[in-house]
Design a protein around this ligand. Structure first.
Ligand code: IDC
Length: 452
């Protein structure tokens, strides 16, 4: 009998050890996942909230979205950048894997309050939904995630336009139910004294509307005081699965005490997503504080928290990522970026591991020939260490509104060109890595007139 007891004890101890080992392995793989570079939809698949962490249903590990938010898609400094070309520039050059489409509910001809727009409210809404569709399609084709953001701001309390929000999200979730890459953000920044209990009431009505069509999409909910009070939300989280809570920061205004709020929320087990951050002041303008912004991004990365930079715009304000007044709508070089843009995108590049990969060689021997049917035949010499090539062509010398083609061979046919127009062509090689594509230098430019 004593022998048996002993044996049982040993077995018990072994069981405990095995269990501890399993837990350790799980923790390590989750942590390893947290450090992971931002990957695409085909890598992560559908997203799922697990504890405080956004995770991949495909790998089982952490999923990290390192994204960019548009400016308002109803603003003329916002919607022109909703395109496959613009999104693919962000993806190719900086490893961005997610886009947030910010649709203001009131300001500047918003979805619920057209203010001075010449069109009817219905026309305004139809136009905005069209822009969302363009954005979702572009992101989908590029293997990127996309957030549809109901951008409550001047309207302060999301309950003000709850009816409109429900109708909007019913329509969106029905349309995109089959897609793994669409996330819903139901109220950007409640403010003006809106309490967590007000937001809870709103969320408890809007979330079930989305769930009717899409039982497991990730839904992001704003928190009081311009989405700063995640610590307050953590005291009484919502009772739905796959929900995350919004924290926004602007580094020159929001510092240690706001990071403390995040820490409190995380300690209480609240899953947080930073759907907006700026290096600037909270006004979206003024000074930049890169030292504080770095502290923030380090903290977010340590905790595997996803974040989106405000905003993809050339507006003359310091948070805008593009240089004020730059006319390029895609294909930006570092000279087209603002101070904030240069800083943010450099951080993204480094954090996505794109700094440590050697670039492939420069492409030489570029030849372009006009072939019958308004086509171009482009060919070149293979570059050292290349996995493929990205060809840019445009009817504009400066490659304004350039179109892109990606191939793995050393020639490509380009069709649907305009007769009697002169086109400019250049290309660069890329090398594939886990972190994304690393590009070599551009070839020289060839120009050619389409005569046949
Ligand atoms: C700002 C824009 C600015 C615009 C203003 C409208 O940068 O061009 O005139 O909105 O009210 C937020 C908001 C976001 C703000 C941004 C900067 O979510 O809409 O954008 N900000 O103020 N919260 C904190 C900062």
């Amino acid at each position: 009998m004593p022998e048996i007891t002993k044996f049982c004890e040993v077995e018990e101890r072994m069981k405990k050890r095995i269990l501890l080992c399993i837990i350790a392995v799980l923790c390590v793989s989750l942590l390893a996942g947290v450090k992971a570079e931002a990957a695409g939809v085909s890598d992560y698949g559908a997203l799922k909230v697990s504890g405080t962490q956004l995770t991949s249903t495909r790998t089982g590990g952490a999923a990290v979205l390192r994204g960019v938010s548009t400016h308002g898609i109803n603003w003329d400094v916002g919607y022109p950048y909703i395109s496959k070309e613009a999104f693919s520039t962000l993806q190719d050059d900086y490893g961005v894997n997610a886009i947030r489409l910010a649709m203001y509910t009131t300001e500047y001809f918003g979805y619920c309050d057209k203010a001075g727009a010449g069109e009817s409210q219905g026309e305004v809404q139809a136009k905005l939904k069209e822009r969302i569709d363009t954005g979702v399609k572009a992101a989908t084709e590029l293997d990127m995630y996309v957030i549809i953001d109901w951008h409550v701001l001047n309207d302060q309390n999301p309950n003000k336009y709850k009816k409109e929000a429900k109708a909007f999200f019913r329509e969106m979730s029905k349309k995109y139910a089959g897609q793994d890459n669409v996330l819903y953000e139901i109220c950007n920044e409640p403010n003006g004294g809106t309490t967590w209990s007000d937001i809870t009431k709103y969320a408890n009505e809007v979330i079930p509307v989305i769930r009717e069509n899409d039982s497991d999409a990730v839904i992001i909910v704003g928190t009081p005081t311009w989405s700063q009070d995640v610590d307050v939300a953590a005291e009484k989280p919502l009772s739905f699965d796959n929900v995350m809570y919004t924290l926004h920061f602007y580094a020159a205004t929001h510092k240690d005490s706001y990071r403390q709020k995040l820490q409190t929320a995380l300690n209480k087990g609240l899953p947080v997503m930073v759907t907006e951050f700026g290096v600037s002041e909270a006004s979206g303008d003024g000074n930049l504080d890169t030292a504080e912004a770095k502290k923030w991004l380090d903290l977010l990365d340590e905790n595997g928290i996803s974040y989106f930079a405000w905003s993809l715009s050339n507006k003359s304000e310091s948070s805008a990522l593009l240089k004020s007044g730059t006319s390029k709508k895609s294909g930006w070089g570092s000279g087209d970026l603002s101070k904030a843009g240069k800083w943010v995108f450099n951080q993204y590049k480094t954090r996505n591991g794109l700094d440590n990969i050697a670039a492939p060689g420069k492409v030489t021997g570029l030849k372009v020939k006009n072939v019958k049917g308004r086509k171009l035949k482009v060919s070149w010499k293979a570059a050292a260490d290349a996995d493929g090539y990205q060809i840019l062509y445009s009817a504009n010398k400066k490659f304004k509104n350039a179109k892109r083609k990606t191939v793995t061979s050393c020639s490509v046919k380009i069709s649907k060109l305009k007769r009697n127009k002169t086109y400019y062509v250049k290309l660069r090689a890329y090398k594939k890595s886990e972190a994304g594509k690393k590009f070599g230098k551009y070839s020289g430019v060839k120009k050619i007139k389409i005569k046949k």
